[in-house]
Design a protein. Structure first.
Length: 257
């Protein structure tokens, strides 16, 4: 009976522990159910969000495909733009090269024209200097010719006056001889008169020789003057008519003298 009591007590203890464990399991099961419900309550929205996120993923994939297509098109357009830009740059370079070539040709032409103008100016300056020198020489030759003509005119006047006076002297002397011949009673008087006449004639001949030499000098001067005039006319002809007015005035002055 004592052993049965002990066993019964152990059984009761075991049964009590089992009850406790069952209660604990029940409570735990309840807690697990509540937790499961709570988890399900939390997982449900997550699943909904996951479904929605899946839709977003599909939309994102579609958008990514569109973006990739747009990027591909953009890359293609960029390539086309790059090719067009390269072509435009090539055209621009060609235009710049043509412009530089045209500008260089223009500058070369302008420099050539400027050199031609400078040469013309220098030629004109030389021509003007030649004109001034020619004018000075013309005036010098004109003055020299005028002086020679004046000297010739004066010498001819002197010769004319001298011949006139000598003719008058000869006329008077011959008249005296004739009177002497008429009034002389002897031949000696006639001889003396003839001797005086011969001497006077010799003096006249000497004077005539002097006059001839003077005329030779005048003729030589005239020849020099004519040569100077010919050279002057030749130089004036080479001036291509630029000094026609001066030549006309010179000739007019020459004809006056």
């Amino acid at each position: 009976r004592g052993r049965v009591g002990a066993d019964g007590k152990r059984l009761l203890d075991a049964t009590g522990r089992m009850d406790v464990m069952e209660r604990r399991e029940g409570e735990q099961r309840k807690g697990d159910d509540a937790y499961s419900k709570e988890v399900r309550g939390e997982v449900g929205p997550l699943e909904a969000e996951a479904v929605q996120a899946s839709g977003f993923v599909d939309e994102f994939e579609a958008l990514r495909a569109e973006a990739e297509s747009a990027i591909a098109n953009l890359t293609k357009v960029q390539g086309q733009l790059g090719a067009e830009e390269g072509r435009q740059r090539a055209v621009l370079r060609e235009g710049i090269a043509a412009l530089r070539k045209s500008f260089s040709a223009h500058v070369h032409g302008e420099r050539k024209a400027a050199r031609a103008v400078a040469e013309r100016v220098e030629g004109t300056q030389r021509a003007i200097e030649g004109v001034l020198r020619f004018k000075g020489e013309t005036e010098r030759l004109e003055g020299q010719l005028r002086r020679q003509i004046g000297d010739t005119t004066q010498a001819l006047g002197i010769l004319d006056a001298k011949f006139s006076s000598q003719n008058e002297d000869l006329g008077a002397k011959f008249a005296g001889i004739e009177a002497g011949l008429k009034g002389a009673a002897e031949g000696k008087g006639v001889l003396r008169a003839l001797a005086r006449t011969r001497i006077q004639n010799q003096a006249v001949e000497h004077d005539m020789d002097d006059v001839g030499r003077a005329i030779d000098v005048l003729e030589m001067r005239e020849r020099h003057s004519e040569r100077d005039i010919e050279r002057l006319r030749a130089r004036m002809a080479r001036q291509e008519g630029a000094f026609n007015a001066s030549m006309a005035g010179f000739r007019a002055q020459f004809e006056k003298h």
